[in-house]
Unconditional design. Structure first.
Length: 112
């Protein structure tokens, strides 16, 4: 049986680091306990840093190829994400305002 080489070990560690980022991110999203969320956020930040370091190492060694994204594509994606976020915020505010109007009508003793 052939042993693991440096490339296999590095890529396995990189995949594990990526999985850790996903796991911590999901845990942060799911917990309702603020103290636990703070701990998980610190762990997430450390996992992100580890993943970045492993990714850079793997790229430097030629184990991991990353395609460079043209600046135009980055700019376009950023604009699309920003527009989507703004639309989401407007939708949420509209729903919130409707709820507030409804609640004020329901609990206003002077409302007919």
């Amino acid at each position: 049986m052939q042993g693991l080489n440096d490339k296999a070990i590095t890529l396995d560690m990189l995949n594990s680091a990526k999985q850790a980022v996903l796991t911590y991110s999901n845990a942060c999203n799911e917990t309702s306990n603020q103290n636990l969320r703070s701990i998980l956020q610190r762990q997430l930040q450390e996992a992100l840093e580890t993943q970045q370091q492993l990714s850079q190492f793997a790229q430097q060694q030629g184990y991991y190829k990353v395609n460079e994204t043209p600046q135009q594509a980055i700019t376009q994606t950023m604009q699309e994400l920003s527009q989507g976020y703004n639309q989401q915020q407007q939708t949420q505010m509209g729903s919130y305002n409707q709820q507030q109007r409804y609640m004020s009508q329901q609990y206003n003793p002077y409302h007919n």
